[in-house]
Design a protein around this ligand. Sequence first.
Ligand code: SF4
Length: 274
Amino acid sequence: MKKNITVLSMGAGVQSTCMALMAAKGEISPMPDYAIFADTGAEPRHVYDHLEWLEGQLPFPVLTVQHGNLWRDTILSAREGARVANAPFYTKSKDGSKAILKRGCTLQYKIVPIEKRIRELLGFKKGQRVKDAHVEQWIGISFDEMTRMKQSPHKWIENRWPLVEKQMRRGECQQWMESNGYPKAPRSACTFCPYHKNDYWRYLKNEWPDEFEEACEFDEKIRGGINRRSAKDFKAEELYLHPDLVPLREADIRSDIDKGQLTFLDECDGVCML
Ligand code: SF4
């Protein structure tokens, strides 16, 4: 069994798609042994369709790992109080104050399943000490997001950020794919992720209205809280997907221009401050 492997962490969004296709064309090397996609079960359907297309373009296998289903597990927790790792939902306390739940979903539904699969690929069992092995793990962070770069806590996993090395920003990844004749990659993340900004919600509502509707229904179902153990918990706080602490369906997700607010370009002073 190989003890030195290269794995590409596949999110199936713009950056990891670009990184995988660049590797396939030999523009980033070495060729990964595997790509690993951690499926939360909560991505929009068009991301799964894109992943299926992408698999057909790559000379290396894309392995899917899954720990439960974050969508279903969260709804079950909202309904019956079953334990689930928190997504970073916004909370509104009885006194109206806002906070955000500590995020546990990424660790449980993405990082842990990927590491477990890597251990298996190296031939180590759960809990067994990994030794004499080295994994180069590619992460699809682009140059404009480099503050998110973080080394792995494991000595045997060395993270690498090929798009940062190439100083490629997100827009340049899109340009690279376009100039190489590839279709646009979607934005990948759980459909209901509270980290989405208004421009994502607008995109989802306009381009994928059924999925936006599903996110609105999800939002309504978590209002009474998750991980509740008692009636007291039930009344403690309300949960929301949108930071304005209003139902997603009613949130003002218009752009500044739609709201009639002036932008810098509206006020060009003739020299554009250059
Ligand atoms: S996309 Fe959002 S909800 Fe999904 S795992 Fe990541 S942080 Fe959690």
